[in-house]
Ligand binder design. Structure first.
Ligand code: SF4
Ligand code: SF4
Length: 478
């Protein structure tokens, strides 16, 4: 019989252990030499005849047993046989676990690449398409909490993330929503988590005290070393914001450590010409005290001088590999490392995550506009084309289900033969909307980047699994 491997990636640890990552099951299997030979043989274009292959092996009985094991594990199957059908949508309405509240549309910075002010924004702001209200009022903030608790089913734990604009421009709504949520969650016997993204310019002592008291997960938008940060993250006057935020961040980190709060993360937007990520990482963790650093390539349209372009992405992948080496070395010593992109990827690989949708948007997560309109996530809340109801009237379940059905990875034929599909599933809806005018389109412009980074993660996973498997136990909790 003609047999062939499923979509997969083969990789090995530095110490010579062999692995395969099978896209249909998202399983990472360690292969003995015979299994490795079988996978490689049946990966040939068009597959291979099993009897012909068995005849080439030194021990056909052992080889046949190995082949059956690989068939049972779903790594090899009859050539031309379609993949087993994947699960469609989960039972709807799917309970909501995270609500992202856009508490303000306004920002006190004028970052050159910001989607809020750039051509990539989905709406025109205060105009025909957007709600236009600059700040969420406290009533809408509390209504949003009620909405979350009403729509979270039997989930024991739910999260509220505050977002902007510059989120802290509307601290009164954050305070009102948080205090209300603490009391309401207790009544519903649920745990409530809070998170916030900020540019750190408005982190006063009062704000820091409040955020650390309520154990907020805090992400600061900061672009690495001062020169890189001040190139794009500027006040309206054009003056860079680094000198303003550095002492505020140090005060936040100190208070958070004193209260043993959750880790504080830096979120770096990577633009052309920025310092290598290893240098940015060392600065942000060493000089400013961040626990974690996540890097995101700028999502600006083509042709802008700070856009990365293909050579920029290739260079970035090499820089990620440099930082990944540091992460792996730390893991082999049993120590934590704050390279958040890699930590998140290793967690998903270890848990065998198999995504039908790229992210939780529209599924377990919804965004809320300043006026209480619901959207797929914070980036869609003012887009009338993606409206999903309001916190007052409830979710438009028909629109939600229709979008999720359309955005399922099985509706993206380009992704069918991609080994990164279990984790990427076509990529961010917002980017897809900006690039292709269709949020459910696969983000084919960054496949090489996604596949390159996933392959890097698999390599690191192999090194850690071979050298210090106990390190991976930390990824077994949600
Ligand atoms: S968008 Fe590209 S990288 Fe992502 S799953 Fe589809 S083909 Fe793979
Ligand atoms: S659609 Fe994009 S921006 Fe929105 S939650 Fe998903 S990945 Fe994030």
């Amino acid at each position: 019989m003609q047999l062939a491997t499923v979509v997969h990636r083969r990789f090995r640890s530095d110490s010579g252990l062999e692995f395969v990552y099978a896209a249909n099951s998202a399983a990472i299997l360690e292969l003995d030499p015979l299994a490795a030979a079988a996978v490689d043989a049946f990966a040939a274009p068009g597959g291979r005849d099993d009897a012909a292959w068995l005849a080439t092996t030194a021990d056909p009985v052992a080889a046949e047993a190995t082949l059956h094991d690989l068939i049972d594990l779903g790594v090899i199957r009859p050539h031309g046989e379609g993949p087993a059908p994947r699960a469609g949508l989960p039972p709807m309405p799917f309970p909501i676990s995270t609500l992202v509240l856009n508490v303000t549309n306004k920002c006190n910075l004028s970052c050159t690449y910001c989607y809020e002010y750039g051509a990539d924004r989905l709406t025109a702001g205060s105009g025909s398409q957007g709600s236009g209200k600059a700040r969420m009022d406290e009533h809408t903030a509390r209504q949003s909490i009620d909405f979350l608790l009403r729509n979270s089913g039997d989930r024991p734990q739910v999260s509220v993330t505050f977002f902007g604009g510059e989120t802290l421009l509307n601290f009164p709504a954050i305070r009102a929503a948080t205090e209300y949520a603490v009391a309401a969650a207790a009544q519903h016997r649920k745990r409530m988590h809070f998170a916030l993204t900020t540019n750190a310019t408005l982190l006063t002592d009062e704000v820091i005290d409040f955020l650390t008291l309520h154990r907020f997960g805090i992400t600061v938008s900061i672009d690495g070393v001062p020169e890189d940060h001040d190139r794009h993250r500027v006040f309206r006057s054009g003056e860079g914001s680094f000198a303003t935020i550095a002492p505020r961040i140090r005060a936040l980190v100190a208070k958070n450590r004193e209260r043993k709060g959750r880790s504080i993360g830096a979120r770096v937007t990577l633009t052309s010409g920025a310092a290598p990520v290893r240098e940015s990482y060392a600065f942000l963790t060493g000089e400013l005290g961040f626990d974690e650093v996540g890097f995101a390539p700028v999502t600006a349209g083509l042709g802008r001088d700070y856009a990365l372009g293909e050579p920029g992405y290739a260079k970035l992948l090499r820089e990620f590999a440099d930082l990944a080496r540091d992460y792996t070395a730390a893991a082999l010593r049993g120590e934590s490392h704050g390279f958040a992109n890699l930590g998140d990827l290793l967690r998903e690989l270890h848990q065998g995550v198999q995504k039908a949708h790229p992210c939780g948007a529209g599924l377990g997560l919804l965004g809320v506009s300043t006026e209480g309109e619901l959207g797929l996530c914070h980036r869609f809340v003012e887009s009338k084309d993606h409206a999903l109801g309001t916190v007052a009237a409830g979710v438009d379940q028909a629109a939600r289900t229709a979008f999720l059905a359309k955005a399922h990875v099985d509706q993206k034929p380009d992704c069918a033969n991609c080994f990164a599909r279990p984790l990427c599933a076509g990529g961010c809806y917002h980017e897809a909307h900006v690039r292709y005018g269709d949020a459910a389109h696969a983000n084919l412009h960054y496949c090489e980047w996604i596949r390159g980074f996933t392959a890097l993660g698999l390599d690191c996973y192999a090194q850690i699994r071979a050298g210090n498997p106990r390190f991976l136990a930390r990824f077994e909790t949600a």
